[in-house]
Design a protein around this ligand. Structure first.
Ligand SMILES: NC(=O)c1ccc[n+]([C@@H]2O[C@H](COP(=O)([O-])OP(=O)(O)OC[C@H]3O[C@@H](n4cnc5c(N)ncnc54)[C@H](OP(=O)(O)O)[C@@H]3O)[C@@H](O)[C@H]2O)c1
Length: 247
C-alpha cells in the first residue's frame, strides 16, 4: 500500500477493550493505516486473538494483553509489556467501558461505583500511567465518550454521569498535558453494530435521527482516525458522532 495511505506507519498504539465491537473496529482501522497496535481485553480472550490475527494481516505488529482497567497493577503491567513490544507509545485510545440501564430509584451504589471505575477512573488511570511514554513521542490520547455524556438519559444516570465526567477529564487533561500531548474525545450516539435484540429500538432511533439512520462502526472509526492524524494543535475537543440525534 502506498505510504500516503498508511498515515500511522511507524506509530505505536494502545487500545483498551479492543477485542470486539467498536474497539476491534478501531484497532483494525489503525492497523490498516500502518500502526503497530496493542489491544487489551478483560474477558474476550478468543476475540482478542482473532483481532490480533486480523491486524497482522495488514503487515503490522499486533498483540493482545489481558488488563482490567480498574486495577492499577494490571494497567502498569500491560503498559510495560505494550511499550516493550512496540518500542514506545504514540497514541492511547481509552475505549474500554461498560453500559447498562437502571431505573434511578433502583440504582445501587455498587452499580454506580463499578460504572465510574471502568468508564472514568479507568481512562484516568491508563492515561496517567502512559504519560511518560506519550511525552517522549508528542503523543495523543483519544477517549471514547458518549452522546449519553451530553444528553441526560433517565434510565442511565450512572453511565451518563461517568461519560460526562470523561468529557470533562478530556478537557482538563488537554490543558494539563499540553503542549506535549493532545487529548480529544469521540462521543458516539446510536451506533448499529448488528445486535438483533436491539433492532426495534434502533429502528425507532434511526427515525428520530436527523441524518435518517443510526451510525455504523465506520462513522466512529473515521472520527477516531481524525484525532489520530489531525494537527496536534487540536486538543480538548469532544466530537459527537450521532447524525444530529442530540441536537
Ligand atoms: N456501541 C455504541 O453504540 C456506543 C455508543 C456511545 C458510546 N460508546 C462508547 O464507545 C466505546 C466502545 O463501545 P462498545 O459498545 O464497543 O463497548 P463495549 O462492547 O460495551 O465494551 C468494550 C470493551 O470494554 C472492555 N471492558 C469493560 N470493562 C472493562 C474493565 N474493567 N477492564 C478492561 N476492559 C473492560 C470489555 O472487554 P472484554 O470484552 O474483553 O471483557 C469490552 O469488550 C465505549 O467506551 C462506549 O462507552 C459506544
Amino acid at each position: 500500500m502506498p505510504e500516503h495511505n498508511r498515515p500511522l506507519q511507524g506509530k505505536a498504539v494502545l487500545i483498551t477493550g479492543g477485542a470486539r465491537r467498536l474497539g476491534r473496529a478501531i484497532a483494525l482501522a489503525m492497523a490498516e493505516a500502518g500502526a503497530d497496535v496493542a489491544i487489551t481485553f478483560r474477558n474476550s480472550a478468543s476475540e482478542a486473538r482473532h483481532t490480533v490475527t486480523d491486524m497482522s494481516g495488514f503487515g503490522v505488529r499486533a498483540m493482545a494483553l489481558s488488563c482490567d482497567v480498574t486495577d492499577p497493577k494490571k494497567v502498569k503491567s500491560a503498559l510495560k509489556k505494550a511499550v516493550k513490544e512496540l518500542g514506545g507509545l504514540d497514541i492511547l485510545v481509552n475505549n474500554a467501558a461498560n453500559y447498562e440501564a437502571a431505573e434511578f430509584d433502583k440504582l445501587t451504589l455498587a452499580q454506580w461505583d463499578a460504572m465510574f471505575a471502568s468508564n472514568t477512573r479507568g481512562p484516568f488511570l491508563v492515561s496517567q500511567q502512559a504519560l511518560d511514554r506519550l511525552h517522549e513521542r508528542t503523543g495523543r490520547i483519544i477517549n471514547m465518550g458518549s452522546l449519553g455524556g451530553v444528553r441526560p438519559w433517565p434510565s442511565h444516570a450512572h453511565y451518563c454521569a461517568s461519560k460526562a465526567a470523561l468529557h470533562m477529564l478530556t478537557k482538563v487533561m488537554a490543558k494539563a498535558l499540553a503542549p506535549e500531548i493532545a487529548v480529544n474525545c469521540v462521543a458516539p450516539g446510536m451506533i448499529d453494530l448488528g445486535e438483533k435484540s436491539a433492532a426495534v429500538f434502533l429502528k425507532r432511533m434511526a427515525r428520530q435521527t436527523p441524518m435518517g439512520r443510526n451510525g455504523d462502526s465506520r462513522d466512529v472509526t473515521d472520527a477516531v482516525m481524525f484525532f489520530a492524524t489531525s494537527p496536534h494543535f487540536i486538543t480538548g475537543q469532544v466530537l459527537v458522532v450521532d447524525g444530529g440525534l442530540g441536537l
